[in-house]
Ligand binder design. Structure first.
Ligand code: NAD
Length: 251
């Protein structure tokens, strides 16, 4: 049902973004990918996703975002998904990591949105979907930059949803709990260090401790949610924050 629509998904070379790209492609949308990765793997992905366009733009750099958005042309579906994590007590939190996480996990979405909105308004149809997190609603220790950025993106989502409410464009965010992706796997060593725990203890007592289902969310679950939000029947779903967290934030 998305034939003739163009979708840009940031951070789509891995994890959740890739699953969202696969799900939107399966519904017929033309794909624009972004993110980092091995050249031959990205060539394979582009082929798999119907000859997708690809930008290796570093979204912590505003001029790189501006260049990507200009070259991409108008997009109908914008998924702001690229993100990174750093785990450290606040008094030791590296300042450059703070700046990078705020730039990528929050400011990049502001820039893509401000540049994508004019085309969507002109077409009278658009979908903006931001990958937030359970950490847009609740906090965990040692993730000050991430939690601040994710609370920020939830606020940005609501604000832009109100601004665009009569334009045919909806703006929502999806808030996963722990999804088994490289982002989660890679934070295990630092969490082990910060909390003095073994790998198994981090998985059981830190990650899945939060998730009442005791199961990781799968990237494909988020892909399905993104497809759902693109349906015309979801035109009245606007400014919402969709938890896909196994009940974490119900607690
Ligand atoms: P991932 O590490 O698997 O993928 C991150 C993607 O972002 C990759 O494509 C990577 O190349 C890209 N990226 C990283 N830095 C970039 C930069 N500077 N410029 C452009 N692209 C960049 O991570 P993931 O787990 O799939 O996370 C995707 C999003 O989902 C993030 O916003 C993350 O905060 C959010 N999220 C993840 C989880 C989880 O448990 N995995 C939970 C809640 C929210």
């Amino acid at each position: 049902f998305l034939e003739g629509k163009k979708a840009l998904i940031t951070g789509s070379t891995s994890g959740i973004g890739l699953a969202v790209a696969r799900a939107l492609h399966a519904e017929g949308a033309a794909m624009i990918l972004n993110g980092f990765g091995d050249e031959s793997e990205i060539a394979e992905l582009r082929k798999e996703l119907g000859g997708a366009y690809y930008f290796d733009s570093d979204l912590t750099d505003v001029s790189a975002i501006e260049e990507m958005m200009e070259q991409a042309g108008g997009v109908d579906i914008l998924v702001n998904n690229a993100g990174m994590q750093h785990v450290s007590p606040v008094e030791e939190f590296p300042v450059d990591k703070w700046d990078k996480i705020i730039a990528l996990n929050l400011s990049a979405a502001f820039h893509t949105i401000r540049l994508a909105v004019p085309h969507m308004k002109e077409r009278g149809w658009g979908r903006i979907i931001n990958t937030a997190s359970a950490h847009s609603l609740v906090a965990s220790p040692y993730k000050s930059a991430y939690v601040a950025a994710k609370h920020g993106i939830a606020g940005l989502t609501k604000t832009v949803a109100l601004e665009l409410a009569t334009s045919g464009v909806t703006v929502n965010c999806i808030s996963p709990g722990y999804v088994w992706t490289p982002l989660v796997e890679n934070q295990i060593p630092d969490t082990m260090k910060a909390r003095g725990m073994s790998r198994e203890e981090v998985i059981d007592q830190v990650l899945l401790a939060k998730q009442p289902t005791k199961k990781f969310v799968q990237p494909e679950d988020i892909g399905e949610m993104a497809v759902f939000l693109c349906r015309d029947s979801m035109a009245n779903v606007n400014g919402a924050n969709w938890s896909v967290d196994g009940g974490w934030t119900a607690d």
